[in-house]
Design a protein around this ligand. Structure first.
Ligand SMILES: CC(C)(COP(=O)(O)OP(=O)(O)OC[C@H]1O[C@@H](n2cnc3c(N)ncnc32)[C@H](O)[C@@H]1OP(=O)(O)O)[C@@H](O)C(=O)NCCC(=O)NCCS
Length: 340
């Protein structure tokens, strides 16, 4: 049995980071999204590229192969179908991924060219916040390249494991844990602060238990409601009752900063209630919410999306035009169905 740790890896990575940071755009908005089946190739590319480029610096070939098998396409797809894989993009370029299994964070990868800029910490912070909503402890299995980052984020090694690969080489790893009450970073060795203008904005499905009140507040602040049937609480409860899953929020930590609702009746898709908190507008959040709703409608085989803009809000038409929508020669009509 052979155990290898390759020397020189950190020096190589440190050099690479310096070069990349020089070329880095100054302020990136990092967005997180629940991965859809259409994101499978993206997630697979991030995982395989990162393993193939980074892991040979730390592990012998047989162990690298083991990791590729461990994150095989069918495992990735199963997790995506289970709704527990997230992708993260900076300025519309997907740069990383992470997965949550209950209290466990897994398969966190940042593409090599984006490493060393704080994206890994930002992704971990977001994933931890999600786990801590329902669990007191977050767990993970640490790879050698990520071990230092986890220590700096306050994780403690709880146990040490070895796996012997088919070729007789040994993969060693720590199982690590972090408690909700612990400081985010170990103050004696602080983790790199993300080089980001904002925290990660995560676009995820609306959760009626946690998001209802904040969504009502957001809608009251951005929409001028003039009809009782548009009252936010009623709209939300009616949408949740339909249970079609076509309702998304953008969150900054626990704060709801954006929403979009979609609908599909088998003929046309519709967009409703697109809103971004005023102080968070013009950063790409609205565009990302629209992309999420469109992707969901596309997966339902919807061929055309319609939306309506109030004649008091025509300034927003330019926003939709940038996303490919065109003003169509239609007269919009409606009828209120009163209960008898
Ligand atoms: C519409 C709204 C959701 C847009 O959200 P946002 O997060 O500010 O939009 P984004 O930052 O994603 O903008 C995407 C693009 O549209 C542009 N854009 C955004 N708002 C715009 C506006 N009012 N006019 C022209 N362009 C606009 C952005 O500059 C950006 O362009 P770029 O891709 O070339 O950089 C937001 O303005 C809002 O909440 N408005 C109030 C509610 C509302 O009117 N909703 C629509 C109901 S029909």
């Amino acid at each position: 049995m052979k155990v290898h740790v390759y020397a020189g890896a950190s020096e190589f990575l440190a050099r690479t980071h310096i070069e990349l940071e020089k070329n880095e755009a100054a302020n990136n908005l990092l967005l997180g999204l629940v991965a859809q089946p259409s994101d499978f190739n993206t997630v697979r590319r991030i995982v395989e590229t990162t393993i193939n480029r980074i892991y040979p610096l730390y592990y012998p070939n047989d162990v690298v192969r083991f990791f590729l098998d461990h994150h095989a396409p069918e495992s990735i797809l199963a997790d995506i179908n289970a709704g527990c894989v997230y992708i993260f993009d900076a300025d519309s370029v997907v740069i990383g991924t992470g997965t949550i299994h209950g209290r466990e964070i897994a398969r966190v990868f940042v593409l090599p060219e984006y490493q060393g800029r704080g994206y890994g910490s930002a992704i971990m912070k977001t994933l931890e916040e999600m786990v801590f909503r329902t669990h007191q402890i977050v767990r993970l299995d640490s790879s050698l390249p990520a071990f230092d980052m986890y220590l700096k984020r306050g994780y403690k090694a709880r146990s040490w494991h070895t796996i012997v690969t088919p070729g007789g080489q040994v993969l060693c790893y720590h199982q690590m844990e972090k408690e909700n009450s612990q400081e985010l970073c170990d103050s004696s060795s602080p983790c790199k602060e993300p080089d980001l203008k904002n925290e990660i904005i995560l676009v995820r499905p609306f959760n009626p238990q946690t998001d209802r009140i904040a969504t009502i507040e957001l809608w009251n602040s951005v929409f001028a409601y003039d009809a009782p049937h548009n009252e936010p609480g009623i709209s939300i409860d009616n949408k949740v009752a339909v249970s079609d899953g076509l309702f998304y929020v953008a969150c900054n930590g626990n704060e709801i900063v954006g929403t979009v609702m979609a609908g599909y009746d088998g003929h046309r898709g519709w967009i409703y209630s697109l809103a971004v908190k005023p102080d968070q507008q013009k950063q790409g959040i609205g565009k990302k919410l629209m992309a999420r709703a469109e992707a969901a409608l596309r997966e339902l085989k919807c061929i055309k999306i319609n939306l309506q803009v109030l004649d008091t809000n025509t300034g927003i038409v330019e926003f939709y035009k940038k996303l490919g929508y065109v003003v169509e020669p239609r007269v919009s009509m409606g009828k209120l169905l009163k209960s008898k």
